[in-house]
Design a protein around this ligand. Structure first.
Ligand code: ADP
Ligand code: ZN
Length: 745
């Protein structure tokens, strides 16, 4: 027998199947993690068996040395998926395979954890035994304890009761009073189970859950878009769908954005499903991650809840994948392989004929257009549960405030609402999309703006540190007392950040406790959970934060949400700015009044008549969709087209520029040839220019932006671009090609 092996080395030159002979006695199957002799001196290297065959073209082959884990670490289906990813995302086969297993499995950096346990030996006469231990008090205590536990007791646990009792345990083993066994334990992330009642579903919830159940039962391979306003009870529909999935003998994967994988979310699932859940996210220890993965692989867990990469979980009986907050950009991987979790999920389920459920209060334009065209099935939850109203949204024009002489960061209306809310002993959330104290430092006399030395970016003032910081590279500069340019003293910080909002609240309400949540306060492991549960407990009345506070949290006592500056994200030079702003505003507004208390929202803006602000005020997603899809159509923006971007960076500006221009010329030629006469209008844009952020961390940046019309010719055109980048090695330090880039600057 022969095995085709992908060697675990990420390099284009070796990213292919190598054939090895399987030794007679070695039980090798597809998916096994193996050691094979490779390269100079035939040193053993790790690899993955991706196929077995009876004959080989070159019979004098090297042999597989051994299998590493006793079970195949990859499912056949995962191998096929990785192969598909290699073609679609233009990545290495091995890079795609690596996504399917815990990183520490490779290189044997992690093992199963076994603990020594002891129990009473069969048929032991306890009293007689204790009689013989009169002069051995510790042994007596240990034996009594083991008898009391009545089940295998781990030695570390016994030592927690009686420190240093291991020698006594050994003595008891020697006497034959105890017998030893060793057990595998699964390291599990501490999941608090948050008790949530099982509700009788509302009619709308029931309709949605029924449709999903029918699809699962029929293995119809359908995709659902569950569009439910904030607080409409989407999670309850998920829980019911999972229950139905398990009843059909299937396994389910639930993806949530990394940031909402809080103890609250996990707790709600744990309360319902207990140990049948496995959790996968970036804050697990390597041991926990390995063990959770193994519980899924070995079929001990039926439900996986995790962030983006959990879409690769080794569930053999997969019948359902749920993607919550499907519009979130965190479902797009930002490093190679640059996959989209939704696409991977759809592919897996097409093969398994399972059901995909995409849920959101603000679906991506692409998903919603697919739902309207019938490609997906639209399920709607138009109202909040239990007749709770959506919060009332007031829009405050900050220009008027200024005219009336209020130049503070809070409008009179927001202050009034805030003091009402606090007076009623309820909680408020204030949202501002910038961390730090002030967004830039500038001279009012000469217009000088303090910039980072490494990046073409203005420095952000952090008052708590009394210095300025670059949010791109982390560089630090003191706050200058005089303008470095004109030497006058009119240099000052401008713009609002989270720190300043917090300071303003404390000035207005000196006795009120506040919490601030942004990447500055969230550096430490576990700080996110700590802060959220503190707010949940009511340790503070006001939570101030960036988009981190906008996502999925359910705080029953929050009745006021204030958006300090609704337009900060609206005017970014990106075609997605309106969509992102609408999503963000709807999500933040949705945090108010989720329980029985009525909620209100104050939205401060300088552009109260902007359509996005108007639709956000009405919380009318369909209206926003029709407006925005029309705008996109006019300008042929996605989903009517696809953007590609290549960034060329180098310490030497000219090198970056020259390489960029040369690539642009070559690309234009091959693309035109590929698209041919029929497709000559498909290439909507191909510009090479300095990147909007001209320098980051000392590297000059130039970029090519390509915009291609979405036609049947598109996949071939993308292949051509990929092939061009494969065939060329530029002279500059880094060339990065992104398809559907998340940022254009
Ligand atoms: P969404 O995810 O759509 O924003 P959630 O699923 O978090 O909404 O539900 C909002 C609140 O309503 C939660 O506190 C939840 O426990 C409650 N809830 C959900 N379904 C029901 C129901 N059928 N009856 C009563 N309360 C419900
Ligand atoms: Zn910098």
């Amino acid at each position: 027998m022969f095995a085709e092996v992908i060697v675990d080395i990420a390099h284009t030159a070796v990213d292919k199947r190598f054939t090895y002979r399987v030794p007679e006695a070695l039980p090798v199957s597809v998916g096994h993690h193996v050691l094979v002799p490779f390269g100079q001196g035939d040193r053993p290297k790790e690899g993955f068996v991706v196929a077995l065959k009876d004959s080989a073209d070159y019979p004098s082959l090297k042999e597989i040395v051994r299998v590493i884990e006793p079970y195949p670490v990859l499912l056949k289906e995962q191998i096929a998926l990785a192969e598909w990813m290699r073609d679609v995302y233009h990545c290495l086969f091995v890079d795609a395979l690596r996504l399917m297993i815990p990183a520490q499995l490779r290189g044997g950096r992690i093992r199963e954890k076994r603990v020594r346990t002891v129990r009473l030996s069969e048929g032991l006469d306890l009293d007689a035994a204790l009689e013989t231990l009169k002069n051995a008090p510790v042994q007596t205590q240990v034996l009594k304890l083991v008898a009391k536990i009545g089940a295998p007791a781990s030695v570390p646990d016994l030592c927690a009761f009686y420190p240093n009792c291991a020698p006594s345990v050994n003595a008891l083993l020697k006497r034959g009073y105890l017998v030893e066994q060793s057990e595998t334990v699964f390291r599990r992330p501490g999941a608090l189970s948050i008790h949530t009642p099982v509700y009788a579903l509302t009619d709308a919830q029931k309709q949605a859950a029924d449709a999903i159940e029918t699809a699962m039962r029929a293995s119809s391979g359908e995709v659902f878009l569950l569009h439910g306003v904030t607080g409409s009870g989407k999670t309850e529909v998920y829980l019911k769908a999972i229950e139905d999935c398990l009843a059909l003998g299937g396994q389910a994967i639930v993806l949530v954005p990394e940031i909402s994988l809080t103890p609250q979310t996990v707790g709600r699932f744990t309360d319902r499903f207990g140990d049948r859940i496995a959790v996968l996210h970036s804050r697990l220890s390597p041991g926990e991650r390995f063990d959770e993965w193994r519980r899924i692989r070995l079929g001990l867990a039926d439900i996986v809840i995790g962030a983006r990469s959990a879409v690769f979980a080794p569930a053999e009986r997969l019948r359902l994948i749920i993607i919550d907050e499907e519009h979130e950009s965190s479902y797009q991987s930002e490093s190679q392989p640059r996959y989209l979790a939704g696409e991977v999920a759809a592919k897996r389920l097409r093969e398994a004929r399972g059901t995909l459920v995409l849920g959101s209060a603000t679906p991506s334009l692409l998903s919603y257009s697919r739902a309207l065209s019938g490609k997906y099935r639209l399920l709607e939850l138009k109202e909040r549960v239990a007749g709770r109203p959506l919060p009332e949204v007031e829009v405050v024009n900050m220009r008027d405030e200024l005219l009336m002489g209020n130049n503070s960061i809070f409008s009179d209306r927001l202050v009034e609402r805030l003091s009402d809310c606090l007076g009623r002993n309820q909680q408020a959330m204030l949202f501002i999309n910038r961390r730090g104290y002030a967004t830039f430092v500038s001279c009012r006399s000469c217009g000088f703006v303090l910039k980072c030395d490494n990046c073409d970016i203005s420095m952000t003032y952090h008052k708590t540190e009394s210095r300025t910081r670059c949010h791109y590279c982390g560089a630090i500069k003191p706050l200058p007392k005089v303008c470095p340019n004109c030497k006058k003293t009119f240099i000052k910080q401008f713009g609002i950040g989270t720190e300043q909002v917090e300071e303003a609240v404390r000035r207005l309400f000196p006795t009120v406790k506040t919490l601030r949540m942004d990447t500055d306060t969230m550096r430490e492991k576990g700080s996110y959970e700590k802060l959220l549960s503190a707010f949940h407990r009511g340790d503070a009345q006001v939570l101030i934060g960036t988009q981190m506070i906008a996502k999925g949290h359910d705080f029953p006592n929050v009745t006021l949400v204030g958006v300090v500056a609704a337009d900060t994200t609206l005017n970014l030079p990106d075609y997605r700015a309106p969509e992102r702003t609408f999503q963000l505003l709807t999500q933040v507004a949705g945090r108010a009044g989720r329980d029985s208390l009525k909620g209100s929202v104050v939205l401060q803006t300088y552009e109260p008549n902007h359509p996005v602000i108007r639709f956000a005020k009405a919380q009318d997603y369909p209206a926003f969709y029709h407006y925005e899809i029309n705008e996109r159509k006019k300008l042929l923006y996605p989903p009517f087209s696809l953007f590609l971007r290549a960034v060329f960076s180098d310490r030497d500006e000219q090198t970056a520029e020259k390489t960029c221009l040369a690539y642009a010329k070559g690309l234009e030629a091959v693309l035109k040839e590929q698209l041919g006469e029929d497709g000559k209008n498909d290439l909507l844009l191909l510009v090479a220019a300095q990147a909007p952020i001209a320098r980051i961390s000392g590297y000059s940046r130039f970029q090519i932006v390509i915009k291609l019309l979405r036609t049947r010719r598109l996949p071939a055109a993308v292949k051509t671009v990929n092939a061009f980048f494969d065939a060329h090695r530029g002279d500059c330090a880094e060339v990065l090609l992104e398809i559907n880039p998340q940022e254009l600057y």
